[in-house]
Write a protein that binds this ligand. Structure first.
Ligand code: ADP
Ligand code: MG
Length: 325
């Protein structure tokens, strides 16, 4: 089973940032209000994610790290309308097969916490351990037992950069959750969880004052689709596509068709080929989008892609045209 998990890890765990993504998404699915992320050496030496979510019961710890054990969907029907970030039940066993892994947790109603260690896929015994409500997962020495993968890890700065990029993406979508990050023992970033909506403060922090000053609010709904967020006005456009954030039902994704629609609307109003900057949230019935397309869940498939493309195009074209009027 360790081998199968390691093979799956090849798809799910590319680098430290993928581990951070999976662990923080689990924390959010567990209803965390605050997530602490401690890193050492760009996450290669240590990634520790602690949350104040609902926790995992001592009797469920072993299951949580077993392959295809997800508590988030119970049937194939549920897969048609996934509302959580996770649903594949692959992340924990995959990560635990290529690291020294410890999960400790306590559910609200439980008197004691418990912990479970997994060393390169070898699952230990569940033992009692004091822990506040919530879950802590420690991942040490990523790829220690897969030298071929370890060799491809980049310099500490680069790996940390990937983690920060992903956390920024997350911070934009979840201003209601406090995120604290430390690297090599020093506090490196703190996102306060005080916004119900995407607060200007967070926008400002994530994308810079220039963006915030030029950002135009968009919010339009039709045909069961809603597009909201910010797109930068003409004065602020970019040489590269580095400030393009797209979320579908709260999940950060890449989608060619939607980004094409944004770019096209922008180009048609502005008549030049520079890159738009945006943070856009598309909301629709989860049954209209298949999230089970990619192991790392970076992509989705829309049931009515053409309609969505046109909706995004028209919404933004109209909004941008107004700035020209
Ligand atoms: P998935 O997220 O796809 O369900 P994972 O392998 O990421 O699969 O996690 C397996 C299971 O472990 C989850 O379904 C959940 O029940 C439990 N779990 C993992 N992380 C946490 C957490 N931080 N808090 C509560 N439960 C968790
Ligand atoms: Mg998960």
């Amino acid at each position: 089973d360790t081998l199968i998990n390691q093979i799956a890890a090849g798809e799910v765990v590319e680098r430290p940032a993928s581990v951070v993504k999976e662990l923080v998404e689990n924390a959010l699915d567990a209803g965390a209000r605050r997530v602490d992320i401690d890193l050492e050496e760009g996450g290669v030496r240590l990634i520790r994610v602690r949350d104040d979510g609902k926790g995992i019961g001592a009797d469920e710890l072993t299951l949580a790290v077993s392959r295809h054990a997800t508590s988030k969907i119970a049937s194939l029907d549920d897969l048609e309308g996934v509302a959580t970030l996770g649903f594949r039940g692959e992340a924990l066993p995959s990560i635990a097969s290529v690291s020294r892994f410890v999960v400790s947790s306590r559910r609200v109603e439980a008197e004691h916490g418990a912990t479970l260690e997994i060393d390169g896929g070898r699952v230990g015994e569940v033992t009692p351990r004091a822990h506040p409500q919530g879950t802590t997962i420690e991942v040490r020495d990523l790829f220690f037992n897969v030298p071929a993968r370890r060799k491809f890890l980049k310099a500490e700065r680069t790996e940390l950069g990937h983690i920060e990029d992903w956390l920024r993406q997350l911070a934009l979508a979840r201003p209601d959750v406090e995120l604290r990050v430390s690297h090599n023992g020093k506090a490196s970033r703190r996102w306060k969880g005080d916004g119900d909506l995407l607060s200007d403060v967070r926008l400002h922090e994530a994308l810079g004052e220039e963006f915030a000053r030029n950002a135009m609010r968009v919010d339009h709904a039709a045909a069961g689709l809603r597009l909201h967020g910010w797109i930068a006005q003409p004065a602020y456009n970019r040489a590269s596509a580095d400030q393009q954030y797209l979320y579908v039902n709260g999940r950060a994704i890449r989608d060619r068709s939607v980004s094409h629609a944004v770019k096209q609307a922008y180009a048609d109003v502005l008549f030049h080929g520079r890159q738009p900057a945006y943070v856009l949230f598309l909301e629709l019935d989860p049954r209209r989008v298949d999230v089970n397309v990619h192991p790392a869940k970076h992509e989705v498939r829309f049931r009515d892609a053409r309609l969505i493309h046109d909706f995004v195009y028209r919404t933004l074209h109209e909004a941008l045209a107004e700035t020209r009027a």
